[in-house]
Write a protein of this length. Structure first.
Lengths: 110, 117
C-alpha cells in the first residue's frame, strides 16, 4: 500500500488556476472511479472537496474540479483565493475494501 | 448536524495498548461504513482501518494489521480502535471519519496518541 504520488508544493497568484496531480497504479487510481480530494488547513481536520473523481459535495465552490486519466487524477483550483492556501490530499479506493492516500501537496497563494 | 468526537488518546509506553473511541451523532450511525485515519506530526494522512455497517467486515492497513482492531457498537453510536503492541511509529493524531461513496465525508477533530518511554 504505497502512498499515491503528489507534488510536494504548488502555487499561484490570486485569480489564477493551480492543478495538482495524483499518480497511482492500475490497482488504485486507474482501476476505480473512487478518487477523492481533501483540503486541510493547519491545525484543522481534513475537508472533503471532491469524490467519485469529479463530484463536489454540497457547499464546495465550483472553483474546485477533479478529473482522471489512466493512473493519474488531478485537482484544479480555479480563481485562486487566499483561503485556498492549504494542504491537499488525494485518496483512492484500492480494492478489497482498502484505501490509500496521496503524499500531500502544499498550495501557496502568492 | 453530523458530529464525530474522538477520545481515548494519550501517552503510552512502547509495547503498550490504548483504546480509542469515536462518538457519533446527527446521523444514522448504523447505516454507514466508518474509518480511522491517522496523521503523524507534520506528516500526511494515512488510512488505518475500515468497518462495515454491522461490524462483520473489517480491513486494515498492512502497517497495523494484527495489532489494531476496529469495532463498533451501533446501539451506542460509537466506533472503537483497539491498539496493541504500540511503537513510536504509531504516534499520530487519529481521526474517525464517516464514509460516503468510498470517501471520508465527515471527520472528527482527532485524538492524539503519543508512544514514548
Amino acid at each position: 500500500q504505497s502512498a499515491l504520488t503528489q507534488p510536494p508544493s504548488a502555487s499561484g497568484s490570486p485569480g489564477q488556476s493551480v492543478t495538482i496531480s495524483c499518480t497511482g497504479t492500475s490497482s488504485d487510481v486507474g482501476g476505480y472511479n473512487y478518487v477523492s480530494w481533501y483540503q486541510q488547513h493547519p491545525g484543522k481536520a481534513p475537508k472533503l472537496m471532491i469524490y467519485d473523481v469529479s463530484k463536489r459535495p454540497s457547499g464546495v465552490p465550483d472553483r474546485f474540479s477533479g478529473s482522471k486519466s489512466g493512473n493519474t487524477a488531478s485537482l484544479t483550483v480555479s480563481g485562486l483565493q487566499a483561503e485556498d492556501e492549504a494542504d491537499y490530499y488525494c485518496s483512492s479506493y484500492a480494492g478489497s475494501n482498502k484505501f490509500v492516500f496521496g503524499s500531500g501537496t502544499k498550495v501557496t497563494v502568492l | 448536524e453530523v458530529q464525530l468526537v474522538e477520545s481515548g488518546g494519550g501517552l503510552v509506553q512502547p509495547g503498550g495498548s490504548l483504546r480509542l473511541s469515536c462518538a457519533a451523532s446527527g446521523f444514522t450511525f448504523s447505516s454507514y461504513w466508518m474509518y480511522w485515519v491517522r496523521q503523524a506530526p507534520g506528516k500526511g494522512l494515512v488510512w488505518v482501518s475500515r468497518i462495515n455497517t454491522d461490524g462483520t467486515s473489517t480491513t486494515y492497513a498492512d502497517s497495523v494489521k494484527g495489532r489494531f482492531t476496529i469495532s463498533r457498537d451501533n446501539a451506542k453510536n460509537t466506533l472503537y480502535l483497539q491498539m496493541n503492541s504500540l511503537t513510536a511509529e504509531d504516534t499520530a493524531l487519529y481521526y474517525c471519519a464517516r464514509d460516503f461513496r468510498y470517501s471520508a465525508y465527515h471527520w472528527g477533530q482527532g485524538t492524539l496518541v503519543t508512544v514514548s518511554s
